[in-house]
Ligand binder design. Structure first.
Ligand SMILES: Nc1nc2c(c(=O)[nH]1)N[C@H]1C(S)=C(S)[C@@H](COP(=O)(O)O)O[C@H]1N2
Ligand SMILES: [Mo]
Length: 372
C-alpha cells in the first residue's frame, strides 16, 4: 500500500468511475448521458459537478451566513439556526449549467479555454432547505422594485480576474419566490461538499451559476452583483466580441434557462442493433413553465412523431420522455425538439446562437450513430 498525498479523483469526490472528467483541479465532471436517462432524480454519484476554484471544507458547526445591505436587522445565522428555526421545504429542481451542450457550439466555431460540456452538465435532485424569502424576512429586507440579492461564497475562483470569491445575484422578485432555497440536503443526504455543503443556494429555473455553493454572505442591494461571474462572465456577448476584453456589464446577463431538450440515449457514435430502439431524453422549459410536447425525427426534421412524455418529478424539474422506434442497418440521425405551454419552440441550429463564451445552446437535439 502506498501512503502519500492523494490527488483528488472522481472516486474521492464520491462520483461514479465513468464520469467524464473535464478538469481535476478544480473537479469538473459530467455523467455519461445514458446514466442521466436512467432516473428522473439524478443519484448524487452521477450529478454533474461544476467548480471554478478550490473549495472549502467547512464543518456545519463552523458555517455561518451573514445577511446585510438594505435590511432592517443585519443577521448572522448559524447552521443550527438555519436548520431548526426556519420552516423546511423540499423542492425537486434541475440544475443546468449555462455551458451545457457547448460541445455542439464549438463545432461551429472554436471557443478556447472553455470546457467542452456535452450532454451531461445538467442534473436533477430533491433539495431540502429554508426558503430564502423567510431568511430575508427575518433580516427585515426592504422590498422596493428593482432591488437585487447578491450571494458570495467561500471558494476562491481561480477563473476570475482579479482573483475573488465566487458570487452572483438574482433580482429580489425571484429571491422572494417560494422555490428559492438555502439548501442543506440533496436527495435526502447531507449536502455533499462538492455540491456546496454545508449550505448552498438553489435557484430553480435559473442557470446553475446562480445557485451559489458554500454560501457565506447575502446582500440586498440596489444593483446586480459586481462579482466577476455576474458582471463579466455568464453573459451572452455579441458574436464578434473578444471575451478577454469585455467591460463589466457588457452583453446580456443570463438568468432563467431557455426551453431546451436533449437526447440522452442512444448517443453520438453508439452502435445499436437493428429492430426496436428506445430513445430517451428530457425536455425542460424556463422558469417554471412546462414542456407540453417533444417531437422526434429520424429523417433530420422532414417528418416528426411525438415522444411519450413522462411526468416531471416537480414543477422546477426536467420532464423525461421516451419513444420506441424501429431502425434498420445504416447511419441513424435522431433529432428532437420541445414545445412549452406558451407554444415556444427551440431554434434549429447552434450556429444561430453561437456566442464567444458558448452559453445557452438550446438548439434542436441531434445525435448521429449507426445501426448494425
Ligand atoms: N461557490 C460556487 N458556487 C457555484 C459554482 C462555483 O464554482 N462556486 N459554480 C456554479 C455553476 S457554473 C454551476 S453550473 C453550479 C453547479 O452545481 P453542481 O456542481 O452542484 O452541479 O454551481 C454554481 N455555483
Ligand atoms: Mo455553470
Amino acid at each position: 500500500m502506498t501512503i502519500g498525498a492523494m490527488t483528488p479523483t472522481t472516486a474521492s469526490w464520491g462520483k461514479r468511475d465513468d464520469m467524464i472528467v473535464r478538469a481535476n483541479q478544480p473537479y469538473n465532471a459530467e455523467p455519461p448521458p445514458a446514466v442521466l436517462a436512467d432516473s428522473a432524480l439524478t443519484p448524487i454519484d452521477a450529478f454533474y459537478a461544476r467548480n471554478h476554484g478550490s473549495f472549502p471544507d467547512t464543518a456545519p458547526q463552523d458555517w455561518q451566513l451573514t445577511v446585510n445591505g438594505q435590511v432592517e436587522r443585519p443577521l448572522t445565522v448559524t447552521y443550527e439556526q438555519l436548520t431548526t428555526e426556519f420552516d423546511q421545504h423540499d423542492v425537486v429542481a434541475t440544475l443546468a449549467c449555462a455551458g451545457n451542450r457547448r460541445a455542439e457550439m464549438l463545432r461551429v466555431r472554436p471557443i478556447p479555454g472553455k470546457e467542452p460540456w456535452a450532454h451531461g452538465a445538467i442534473s436533477t435532485a430533491e433539495w431540502r432547505g429554508a426558503r430564502l424569502t423567510d431568511v430575508l424576512a427575518a433580516a427585515g429586507a426592504q422590498h422596493y422594485d428593482g432591488l437585487h440579492v447578491a450571494f458570495q461564497a467561500l471558494d476562491i475562483a481561480e477563473e476570475a480576474k482579479p482573483l475573488q470569491p465566487y458570487g452572483s445575484s438574482i433580482p429580489l422578485s425571484k429571491a422572494m419566490s417560494p422555490e428559492v432555497l438555502l439548501a442543506w440536503r440533496m436527495n435526502s443526504e447531507p449536502l455533499p461538499r462538492t455540491h456546496g455543503g454545508p449550505v448552498r443556494v438553489v435557484v430553480p429555473g435559473y442557470i446553475g451559476a446562480r445557485s451559489v455553493k458554500w454560501i457565506s454572505d447575502i446582500t440586498v442591494q440596489s444593483g446586480p452583483s459586481e462579482n466577476y461571474f455576474q458582471s463579466r462572465d455568464y453573459r451572452i456577448l455579441p458574436a464578434d466580441a473578444d471575451p478577454e476584453a469585455v467591460a463589466a456589464g457588457e452583453g446580456i446577463a443570463l438568468s432563467s434557462v431557455a426551453l431546451n431538450c436533449d437526447i440522452l440515449d442512444p448517443t453520438d457514435d453508439d452502435r445499436v442493433p437493428r429492430g426496436q430502439l428506445t430513445i430517451r431524453g428530457y425536455g425542460i422549459a424556463g422558469d417554471g413553465r412546462s414542456v407540453e410536447r417533444v417531437d422526434v425525427s429520424l429523417d433530420e426534421g422532414l417528418t416528426w412523431r411525438q415522444a411519450d412524455l413522462h411526468p416531471a418529478p416537480g414543477r422546477w424539474s426536467w420532464r423525461p420522455w421516451s419513444l420506441v422506434v424501429d431502425v434498420a442497418p445504416g447511419p441513424l440521425h435522431i433529432t428532437a425538439r420541445a414545445w412549452d405551454e406558451t407554444g415556444a419552440a427551440q431554434p434549429e441550429w447552434p450556429a444561430s446562437l453561437w456566442n464567444p463564451r458558448g452559453y445557452g445552446n438550446n438548439a434542436w437535439a441531434r445525435v448521429a450513430l449507426s445501426v448494425i
